[in-house]
Design a protein around this ligand. Structure first.
Ligand code: VGL
Ligand code: ZN
Length: 198
């Protein structure tokens, strides 16, 4: 794996874990399955036990008639709000303090980035992170070349230190070289979850 080396680090109060779109429709058997997507679940179970200041899950949460489902693409229907396909993976057990944001909720608008999402009160992700004085975000989830990438680039644009935990992500395209180049060029650090200690 083409990650950078780093001595083991312990997450702290100013660090957030962002778990991107680990939803049934992106897992094997789902409407828009990401190849090998379920392989990240053991790493996620390790990560959610570490002392992050905040854990946030994002969910693609589309109306049944969504702009991304048009015949000319880009996607088949997936993650329709309140369906089983939009639910978080059953194999992901989260602490009660984890917060959820939802994105792509309007018919005419899509957002790959979790920064385009908001919690159940309509509070945007950036505001939630600011309230917790988060300065660094660790990203994991699906899909690396779409929603994880877009969220990482927005995190950088929001002035956050941004790390992507490569073993805890899977992408749709077989070749992720361009994705990794784009992330590195934006100052995103590529790490593994083994580089984090509790
Ligand atoms: C995603 C395609 C369509 C993702 C969401 O979560 O990466 N990909 N909608
Ligand atoms: Zn979507």
């Amino acid at each position: 794996m083409m990650t950078d080396t780093m001595p083991p680090q312990k997450p702290g109060p100013a660090d957030a874990l962002l778990i991107i779109d680990v939803q049934n429709d992106f897992l094997p058997g789902g409407a828009l399955a990401v190849p090998d997507g379920n392989a990240i679940l053991p790493a996620l179970q390790h990560l959610v036990r570490l002392p992050f200041g905040m854990i946030v899950t994002s969910q693609d949460w589309h109306p049944s008639q969504h702009i991304s489902f048009q015949p000319q693409g880009p996607w088949v229907p997936h993650c329709v709000a309140r369906t089983e396909g939009a639910a978080l993976a059953a194999g992901l057990s989260l602490p009660a303090t984890a917060q959820a944001v939802f994105k792509g909720t309007l018919p005419e608008q899509d957002s790959y980035s979790a920064f385009g999402g908001a919690d159940e009160h309509g509070t945007p992700l950036a505001t939630l992170l600011q309230r917790h004085s988060i300065t660094r975000v660790f990203l994991c989830g699906l899909a690396l070349d779409y929603c994880v990438k877009a969220t990482a680039l927005d995190a950088r644009a929001n002035g956050l230190q941004t790390l992507v935990l490569m073993d805890a992500c899977r992408g749709i395209a077989p070749d992720q070289t361009e994705t990794l180049q784009t992330l590195r060029a934006a100052g995103v650090l590529l790490r593994t979850s083994q580089q984090l200690d509790g």
